[in-house]
Design a protein around this ligand. Structure first.
Ligand SMILES: *Cc1c(COP(=O)(O)O)cnc(C)c1O
Length: 352
C-alpha cells in the first residue's frame, strides 16, 4: 500500500448512522422473472413505476452487513455469504423472485470494491444494505406475488454506533403484542420495523425508553431491531431459534465466541419473571450488526423499573464486562486484529 492510499483513508464519520451515501451502488433487475447482469451506478434515484408491487403490497426485504478496515489498512467483509443466504430466505418467504445467493454475494463484493476508498478507519465501517423489491407494475396484483424484482446494494460509511459513549439502554417490556406476526418473524422486512414503531414511540414518550422488548404472554423475543441476551460470567442465555424472531448473525457470532470462551450457551425460553432475578447479579444486552452489542441497564415492566446492576456500575461504561469482552473479541476478528478461525471474514481486494 502506498503512502497516498494510507492517508486517503477517511476517519470514522460523525454524521448519524445511515445518513451518508457511499458514491457507488450496484443494481440488477429481472426480466421474465430471471435476474440479469448487475451494473455499477452512481448512488442516485431509482427508476420505479408508481404501480410497483413493493409500494402497494409490501413485497420488499433487505439485509444489513459491514465491511471493516483493519489497522493493517485492509478491508474485510463480515459473514457476507450468511447475509446473502438470509436475503434469499427472506425473498422466498415474501414470494419475491429469488436471486441466486452467488448473485447477491457478488453484488455485495462489487459494492464494497467500488466504494473501497469510502471505507472509514475503525471504529467506523462501511455499512452495506442489499434491498430486494417487487417491481411488477400491477396494482391489481393484491393477491399475487410480484413476477419482477429489482435488487440493489447501497452502502454508507458509518461511525461508531455509540457516538456519545455507550449508555445503558432503557428497555420497556411489552407483554401483550408480539414484535411481528410469526409468518414474518424470520423475514428481514421493512414492514416489521413499521410494526414496531408505534409501541416504540409510545414507550419513548411515556417512559423515556430507548427500545421495546417484545415478550407476548411473558415469552421474551427481541426488540424492534435487535436480539436479546442475558449474560453472566458462567452463561449466555437467549431465546432458541424459532419463527417468531429474526435470527441475527451477530447473535450467532456472539454465541460461538461465548462457547469458545468457555461460557455455557443456553438457547431456551426466557420468561419475563426471570429478568428481575437476573438483573440483580447478571448482565443484559442487545445484539445487531449496527451496534454489535449494547448494554441494557433498565427493564421497565409495568409501573416498575428494574436496574441491571452490573450494567449500571459506573466502571462498566455502558455494558457489563462479559458483554464488553465478547464485543471486543468480535470486533478484533472483524478488523483482522485477531485470527479468524471461523471463516467469517473475507479480504476485499482492489481489483475490479
Ligand atoms: C437485522 C435484525 C436483527 C439483527 O440481526 P443481525 O444479523 O445481527 O444484524 C435483529 N432483529 C431484527 C428484527 C432485525 O431486523
Amino acid at each position: 500500500m502506498t503512502q497516498a492510499e494510507v492517508t486517503a483513508v477517511p476517519s470514522a464519520p460523525t454524521a448519524p448512522f445511515g445518513t451518508v451515501a457511499a458514491p457507488a451502488m450496484v443494481v440488477v433487475t429481472t426480466e421474465g422473472g430471471e435476474f440479469g447482469t448487475p451494473t455499477l451506478q452512481p448512488t442516485d434515484v431509482l427508476p420505479l413505476h408508481p404501480f410497483a408491487h413493493a409500494l402497494h403490497y409490501g413485497s420488499a426485504c433487505f439485509e444489513g452487513l459491514k465491511a471493516h478496515r483493519g489497522i493493517d489498512g485492509a478491508v474485510r467483509l463480515f459473514r457476507s455469504g450468511d447475509h446473502a443466504q438470509r436475503l434469499v430466505a427472506s425473498a422466498a418467504r415474501m414470494m419475491l423472485p429469488i436471486p441466486p445467493p452467488d448473485l447477491v454475494y457478488s453484488m455485495i463484493m462489487m459494492a464494497v470494491r467500488a466504494n473501497l476508498s469510502a471505507v472509514p478507519a475503525a471504529p467506523g465501517s462501511l455499512y452495506i444494505r442489499p434491498v430486494l423489491i417487487g417491481t411488477e407494475a400491477n396494482i391489481g396484483a393484491a393477491a399475487a406475488p410480484s413476477t419482477e424484482a429489482m435488487l440493489y446494494v447501497v452502502a454508507s460509511p458509518v461511525g461508531d454506533y455509540f457516538t456519545s459513549g455507550a449508555r445503558p439502554l432503557r428497555v420497556l417490556i411489552e407483554t401483550t403484542h408480539p414484535r411481528t406476526t410469526p409468518q414474518f418473524g424470520r423475514v428481514k422486512a421493512g414492514a416489521n420495523y413499521a410494526m414496531a414503531l408505534q409501541p416504540t414511540l409510545a414507550a419513548r414518550r411515556d417512559r423515556a425508553a430507548d427500545q421495546v422488548l417484545f415478550a407476548p404472554g411473558g415469552d421474551v423475543q427481541e426488540t424492534g431491531a435487535s436480539n436479546f441476551l442475558l449474560l453472566d460470567d458462567q452463561r449466555v442465555v437467549t431465546k432458541g431459534l424459532d419463527d417468531t424472531f429474526l435470527h441475527g448473525i451477530t447473535r450467532d457470532s456472539v454465541l460461538v465466541l461465548a462457547h469458545d470462551a468457555g461460557l455455557v450457551v443456553e438457547e431456551r425460553t426466557i420468561d419475563v419473571d426471570e429478568l428481575s432475578s437476573w438483573a440483580a447479579e447478571g448482565e443484559a444486552a442487545l445484539t445487531g450488526t449496527a451496534a454489535v452489542i449494547a448494554g441494557v441497564g433498565t427493564f421497565i415492566v409495568g409501573d416498575d423499573e428494574i436496574a441491571v446492576r452490573a450494567v449500571n456500575d459506573p466502571s462498566a461504561r455502558g455494558m457489563g464486562p462479559v458483554a464488553r469482552a465478547l464485543r471486543e473479541s468480535l470486533i478484533r476478528i472483524q478488523t483482522g486484529a485477531d485470527a479468524d478461525p471461523y471463516g467469517w471474514t473475507e479480504l476485499v481486494d482492489k481489483d475490479l
